[in-house]
Design a protein around this ligand. Structure first.
Ligand SMILES: Cc1cc2nc3c(=O)[nH]c(=O)nc-3n(C[C@H](O)[C@H](O)[C@H](O)COP(=O)(O)OP(=O)(O)OC[C@H]3O[C@@H](n4cnc5c(N)ncnc54)[C@H](O)[C@@H]3O)c2cc1C
Length: 512
C-alpha cells in the first residue's frame, strides 16, 4: 500500500484524501491549523457561530459526489435545503431584485423593468447554458501538460464557443440593455475575486447556475459539510494531523519523497500539496532549480484575485428585512471594481451580507442574529496600506457609514454585541493565501485552463497539487472537480502497490 501525504486540509486536500483512501492508498493529511476545512471554517464566539469564508452552495450534486464515490449516502453525513428566494440584490434600499429559481417569476421581474430585459435575460441563460455544457464536456474534464493539447482546432473552437477571449461585462452588455441587468449578470465575478471588466467571460456562469440549479444551505452553515467529511474520514481511517505546519517538501533526485517538519522528515511515496500554489512554490519547494517555471520572480509577476475584508457581527436584533444572501452593489460599480483591481481601497464599496441564523437558529442566541459582511478589497500585491489597527478601524468606519447612510440595517452599531474582523493580512497568515488573495491566482487568460498550474507537477515525480490556484480555479465545486483531476493523475502515474523503501525517516508520523 503506497503512502500519500497531503499538505493542507482545504476542500481539495480532503476530497483527494477520501478518494485515494478508497483506492487503497495509506493517506495522511497534515494541517497547520487546529481545525480542518481551510477557508471553509468556523468562528465560534459569544454564543454565535459564523462561517469564516464560503457561504454560497451551488451545484449540490458535486457536494454529494464524494460520498457516493465511496458508496455512502450523503444524507447520513450532512443536511441540505434549497433556498427560495436565493439572493436579494440591492441597487439601493428601495431598488431591490429578489432572485429565485422560478423562471416565470424572474421573467415577471424583468418585464417590470422593460420587456427587452426579460428577453435579454432569457438569451443570457441560453447562451451561458450552451457554454456551460461545452465547458463541462471539453475543458473541465481534462488536465494537460502538452502544448499540442492546448492549441489544436478542437480546443480553439471550444475556446471560441466559451468566449474565453471576451470579458464578462462585454459579453453581458451585448444582451442586456439596462445598467441594472448588466450589473446583475456580472457582479458575481466580484465575489469570486475577479473583475467582470477584464477577465475571460467563462467565469460568468454563476447567475445561470443559480437560476437553473438553485442555491442550497447546509444545516450548521457551510462548516456542517466539513463536519460531514470529517466523520467520513474518521470512519475510513484516514490519518489527520492538525496544528502541524509542514516546512518543506522533501525532494531528492527529482522526486518528492516526503515532507520536512522541524528536524524530522516524514517519508511518503506520493506528496499532494493543497496549500495555495504560489505559497507552496515559494515556501515549501525552497530550491528554485526544482521550479524553473515558478521562480520567485515569476510568481511575483502573476495575476492574483482580490481579497476580502470581513466583519462577523453578533447582533441583539432580528434582521427580518434581509434574506440569507444579500448583495449591495455600489452606485459607482465600475469605479469600485477599478479600485479593487488597481490596489486601491474602494470608497463606496459593494458588499455582501450573509445571515445564516435566519435558517438555522442554533447559530445565534434567541432573538439575535449572526451577520457576516464581506467587502471585496485589493489583495496585498502592490498595496501600500499596512492593515494595522488604526487602518482597520478607519475602514470599519467606511463600511458602517455606508450601511448607515443607505439605511441597510437601522442603527447597526447600537446592536453589535460580538465583533470579529479579518483583513487580507489575516487570510495570508491564517491559511497562507499568497498576498491574501482569497481566491488564489486570478483566472486571467494567461492563467486559465491549460495555462494554469496543473495537478501533476512537471519536473518532480510523485508530486501533485490540488486547490484554488490550480486548473480549474477557485470555488468549492470547482476545487472538488480539480481534486478529482488530481486523483486521476495519481492513479495514472503512481498506481497503488508496494511502498517505496524510505531512505530517510526520523520519526513515525503515524504516532505524531
Ligand atoms: C471570504 C471567502 C468567501 C468565499 N465564498 C465562496 C462561496 O460562497 N462559494 C464557493 O464555492 N467558494 C467560495 N470561496 C472560495 C472557496 O472557499 C475556496 O475556493 C476553497 O475553499 C479553497 O480550497 P482549497 O482546497 O484551495 O484549500 P484552502 O481552503 O486554501 O486550504 C489550504 C489549507 O492548507 C493549510 N496550510 C497552508 N500552509 C500549510 C503548511 N505549511 N502546512 C500545513 N498546512 C498548511 C491551510 O491552513 C489551509 O487549511 C470563498 C472564499 C473566501 C475566502
Amino acid at each position: 500500500m503506497k503512502k500519500v501525504i497531503i499538505v493542507g486540509a482545504g476542500i481539495g486536500g480532503l476530497v483527494s484524501a477520501i478518494k485515494l483512501k478508497h483506492h487503497g492508498y495509506d493517506v495522511t493529511v497534515i494541517e497547520k491549523n487546529e481545525r480542518i476545512g481551510g477557508k471553509i471554517n468556523q468562528i465560534k464566539k459569544d454564543g454565535f457561530t459564523f462561517d469564516m469564508g464560503p457561504t454560497i452552495v451551488m451545484m449540490p450534486e458535486l457536494y454529494d459526489e464524494v460520498f457516493k464515490y465511496v458508496g455512502k449516502d450523503p444524507n447520513d453525513y450532512f443536511t441540505k435545503t434549497q433556498l427560495s428566494p436565493t439572493n436579494n440584490i440591492y441597487f439601493s434600499l428601495e431598488d431591490k431584485v429578489e432572485v429565485n429559481t422560478d423562471l416565470v417569476q424572474i421573467a415577471k421581474i424583468f418585464e417590470g423593468m422593460n420587456e427587452k430585459e426579460a428577453s435579454g435575460y432569457l438569451s443570457y441563460i441560453d447562451d451561458i447554458y450552451e457554454r456551460y455544457v461545452v465547458s463541462n464536456e471539453h475543458i473541465l474534464e481534462k488536465t494537460s501538460n502538452k502544448l499540442s493539447s492546448i492549441f489544436n482546432p478542437k480546443t480553439l473552437w471550444d475556446g471560441f464557443k466559451l468566449k474565453t477571449f471576451d470579458n464578462t461585462s462585454h459579453s453581458v452588455s451585448k444582451i442586456a440593455q439596462s445598467d441594472h441587468l448588466r450589473k446583475l449578470l456580472s457582479f458575481q465575478t466580484l465575489f469570486i475575486g475577479i473583475s467582470p471588466y477584464s477577465r475571460p467571460s467563462n467565469y460568468s456562469a454563476n447567475p445561470m447556475i443559480e437560476t437553473l440549479y438553485g442555491i442550497w444551505f447546509f444545516k450548521g452553515g457551510m462548516y456542517g459539510y466539513i463536519q460531514g467529511l470529517e466523520k467520513l474520514m474518521n470512519e475510513m481511517g484516514i490519518k489527520i494531523i492538525t496544528n502541524t505546519t509542514v516546512d518543506e517538501i522533501f525532494i531528492t533526485n527529482g522526486q518528492a519523497k516526503g515532507v520536512v517538519i522541524g528536524e524530522d522528515i516524514f517519508c511518503a511515496d506520493i506528496v499532494i500539496n493543497n496549500t495555495d500554489f504560489p505559497y507552496a512554490m515559494k515556501n515549501l519547494v525552497k530550491n528554485e532549480k526544482h521550479r524553473p517555471r515558478y521562480t520567485n520572480k515569476k510568481l511575483e509577476k502573476m495575476d492574483y484575485s482580490s481579497s476580502a475584508f470581513m466583519m462577523y457581527l453578533g447582533l441583539d436584533l432580528k434582521l427580518d428585512h434581509l434574506n440569507v444572501h444579500n448583495s449591495y452593489l455600489s452606485s459607482d460599480f465600475e469605479g469600485n471594481i477599478k479600485d479593487i483591481f488597481s490596489a486601491t481601497l474602494p470608497k463606496t464599496p459593494s458588499m455582501y451580507f450573509y445571515v445564516p441564523s435566519k435558517l438555522d437558529p442554533s447559530l445565534a442566541p434567541a432573538n439575535h442574529e449572526a451577520l457576516y459582511i464581506l467587502v471585496p478589497v485589493p489583495s496585498l500585491k502592490g498595496v501600500t496600506q499596512s492593515w494595522d489597527k488604526s487602518f482597520i478601524q478607519n475602514f470599519r468606519k467606511v463600511v458602517l457609514n455606508r450601511i448607515a447612510s443607505e439605511n441597510m440595517i437601522e442603527n447597526l452599531e447600537d446592536h453589535i454585541v460580538s465583533e470579529t474582523i479579518l483583513t487580507p493580512k489575516d487570510w495570508e497568515s491564517e491559511v497562507h493565501a499568497h498576498y491574501g488573495a482569497t481566491f488564489g491566482l486570478a483566472p486571467t487568460r494567461r492563467l486559465s485552463n491549460d495555462f494554469r498550474p496543473q495537478p501533476k507537477f512537471k519536473g518532480i515525480q510523485h508530486f501533485y497539487h490540488t486547490g484554488s490556484s490550480i486548473h480549474l480555479g477557485a470555488g468549492i465545486p470547482i476545487v472538488m472537480m480539480n481534486a478529482q483531476l488530481c486523483v486521476n493523475e495519481v492513479l495514472k502515474h503512481d498506481p497503488n502497490g508496494e511502498p517505496n523503501a524510505c531512505s530517510v525517516y526520523s520519526k513515525e508520523y503515524e504516532n505524531a
